[in-house]
Write a protein that binds this ligand. Sequence first.
Ligand code: AMP
Length: 221
Amino acid sequence: MRIILLGPPGAGKGTQAKTLAQRLKLPHISTGDLLRQNVSQGTSLGKLARDFMNKGALVPDELVTQMLNQRVSQPDIEKGFILDGYPRNINQAKALDDMLKKRNIAIDLVIYLDTSEPVIIQRLSGRLVCSVCGANFHTKNMPPKVNMTCDNCGGKLYQRSDDLDETIKKRLQVYLEESAPLIKYYNDEHKLYRLSADGDKTIVLNRIIELAKEYNDSHKV
Ligand code: AMP
């Protein structure tokens, strides 16, 4: 099964995608995580991407699409995937359609995590990420047991450089201009399901799992 999680920054795409991937036993592909890995490893892609990311802008389509193409060429993708952070605009959605068509596959479900602006800002401005395992915490909503230390692996927590107030505003603006049109794109393809993601993350997760089950049941041959 191939699922896209769509929604503004702070909607919980990464958090939901990680748990969903474990529950459905599918690989999680996050273009943001792949780009951050490239930045921290100092690859040529990372060097090109870093400034765009720090400004809250999108990394050019060709770079991200090429990176994703490499990822979907790996064998673990055959059973499906949970895609988070891609596509970010219509051009990328079309590139993804082409990329999958060449492999005789297509996206099954697009889950749109609808989130209000005050919730987005509150979530992002307090977000803390583990530098070792990537787990997310929050200064108020989910503080770690020990200051700036990951509960899961003991790694050091940090604030993402694009989670600063000014950059959050820029990312929201980019989302509205570039990514929000994807809602209509996938709605027109009858693949879109809209869920309110302002509330409890477990409720949102359970609803996504239900949707995936309903999809599977209605497509059994
Ligand atoms: P994310 O972790 O999904 O919030 O992504 C963090 C940053 O990585 C974004 O603000 C962009 O600068 C960059 N990025 C991630 N995915 C994409 C994409 N599909 N296209 C362009 N830039 C991306």
